[in-house]
Design a protein. Structure first.
Length: 515
């Protein structure tokens, strides 16, 4: 992932270049104002702007050129930009001039399409559709086969499908987006149709995607999708190398128009080398009789990926879904570490971690869940449903049950290994005799972890950039979890709070590794 992070930083540098270069690098600036503009003007200054977005199609944009829309004004149209090619030092930019942001009100249609472009930046805009139930039939902003593209500080709402949608391409950076009140998804990045090499081999077309510092809120579901999930917050599908960090997903999925598999706050499937970290996913939902509605998920076909330093709370589904569906490619070599789940699973799974594999799917292999803190009033630390779980290992976790039930682990988990975890029911003052430890966890700890827990309303206003300052879930002096863990190599080096983690000394149990 280090090479990917360098590329992500490079994309950020494009944003900085765009901000610091008023006219681009050796490029022209074109200004548009729907109130004071006139398409007979030359359009090259704020004093002589064009009026309509259609005027853009009449010029040939080159590297370093900028299209600037008047802040505070509403453009009631769509903008399609095809085969535009900037450079790393002279990207093509679509943005705003003046104080505030311009609004593209695209009604029932797509607002912005960038197709087969490279080094293209879209920033400081609001895109608005007529509403997912009011006639819109499109995405808000769509990048199709864009190379080195940036979406920054864009609000997208009122679209039947996704607020921000990326299909194919590479080196995509999405930051400071607020995607809300859309149908299928807030932010959706996918490979699209596969391409084929000269030898006939199939390969994915979405490579290196970064989604950061963004919020996906109240994306309820798409009324036209009746055979699959909808109502997701942030979703990556079919990508190679990707990161989602410092993002928040909340109150999504409540109007999915179907039963069966459902939406998740932040998740990925059929992807390789994806990291989801420092994110907060909460109060996500599903339809009345739908499944899922959880916080985070590594779904079918995930490989070599990590969920770490995340907070999940108050979701109708599990905090962390580990799923494999029939037809998906191999699911293997994935990790969940230093995450927190608080009162997830109010409707489905009743668990902090939910493992599900379709009995006819390709077998899931090699999952390592360690140093997670799971607190549940619904009764399950981990729930398994039928499937095969070869090489699934759970170590150094805290499973704290605060509700009436006394079940910690449930389902068919004969192939999973539990080692050195803490199990405690505060409601029953310890283990209830009807729930013996039968997980082959000979080194289990059965004692009160003494964690200070928040009230049900205290977590709501937490922001993703302050998760490291969270004042709950740490371990006070005297906790039996202190230095009670087993050493795990290649442990990431840091815990949820960014405390360092040694590879030599015994760690604490759970997500907190402070002294």
């Amino acid at each position: 992932m280090n090479k990917f992070l360098v590329l992500a930083a490079l994309s950020f540098s494009l944003v900085l270049i765009a901000c610091k270069s008023p006219g681009g690098v050796d490029g022209a600036s074109y200004y548009l104002d729907p109130v004071k503009g006139n398409d007979s003007n030359d359009g090259t200054s704020p004093e002589n702007p064009w009026r309509s977005l259609e005027k853009i199609a009449t010029i040939e944009l080159k590297a370093g050129d900028r299209v600037l829309l008047r802040a505070g004004q509403v453009f009631r149209s769509s903008l399609k930009m095809n085969n535009l090619h900037g450079t790393i030092v002279a990207p093509i930019i679509l943005s705003t001039y003046g104080k505030g942001r311009a609004i593209l009100d695209s009604g029932d249609s797509l607002a912005i399409l960038a197709e087969d472009c490279s080094y293209f930046i879209c920033k400081n805009l609001i895109v608005k559709g007529s509403g997912r139930l009011a006639g819109n039939e499109a995405d808000g902003l769509l990048f199709r086969r864009v190379q080195h593209g940036v979406v920054d500080r864009v609000d997208a709402f009122g679209y039947l499908y996704s607020g921000i949608h990326v299909v194919g391409g590479s080196d995509i950076t999405i930051t400071h987006v607020y995607a809300h009140d859309n149908g299928f998804c807030g932010i959706f990045a996918e490979s699209g149709e596969p391409e084929y090499g000269v030898d006939g081999s199939k390969f994915k077309t979405l490579k290196r995607v970064y989604i950061g510092y963004s919020v996906a809120e109240n994306n309820p579901g798409c009324p036209l999708i009746t055979d699959n999930h909808s109502g997701n917050g942030i979703l990556v599908a079919g990508a190679v190398n990707g990161m989602i960090e410092y993002c928040e997903a909340m109150n999504n999925g409540w109007d999915m128009p179907r039963e069966g598999n459902g939406p998740v706050g932040i998740w990925a499937y059929m992807s390789d080398s994806i990291t989801i970290q420092h994110c907060y996913s909460h109060h996500n939902k599903t339809s009345q009789h739908g499944k899922d509605g959880g916080g985070f998920d590594f779904d079918g076909g995930m490989r070599n990926s990590i969920m770490q330093y995340n907070l999940s709370a108050f979701n109708e589904g599990a905090g962390y879904g580990i799923f494999q569906y029939a037809g998906a490619t191999e699911w293997t070599q994935n990790v969940a570490r230093y995450n927190i789940s608080f009162n997830d699973g109010s409707k489905n799974s009743h668990a902090g971690i939910f493992v599900w594999c379709d009995p006819i799917a390709q077998r899931m292999k090699n999952f390592h869940a360690y140093n997670n803190t799971i607190v549940s009033e619904y009764g399950l630390g981990v729930n398994f449903e039928p499937g095969a779980y070869e090489g699934f290992v759970f170590e150094n976790n805290i499973f704290l049950i605060t509700g009436e039930t006394d079940r910690f682990i449930d389902g068919k988990f004969s192939m999973a290994t539990f080692n050195n975890n803490l199990y405690w029911s505060s409601y029953h003052s310890g283990l209830h005799k009807s729930q013996p430890i039968q997980y082959s966890d000979a080194a289990s700890i059965q004692s009160d972890p003494k964690i200070v827990l928040p009230g049900n309303h205290e977590l709501i206003l937490i922001k993703t950039d302050s998760l490291a300052a969270l004042r709950w879930f740490d371990l006070p002096p005297g906790s039996p979890c202190l230095q009670a863990g087993i050493v795990i190599q290649n442990n990431g080096g840091f815990d949820f709070w960014s405390n360092p983690v040694s590879s030599n000394d015994n760690p604490n149990l759970g997500a907190w590794q402070g002294n």
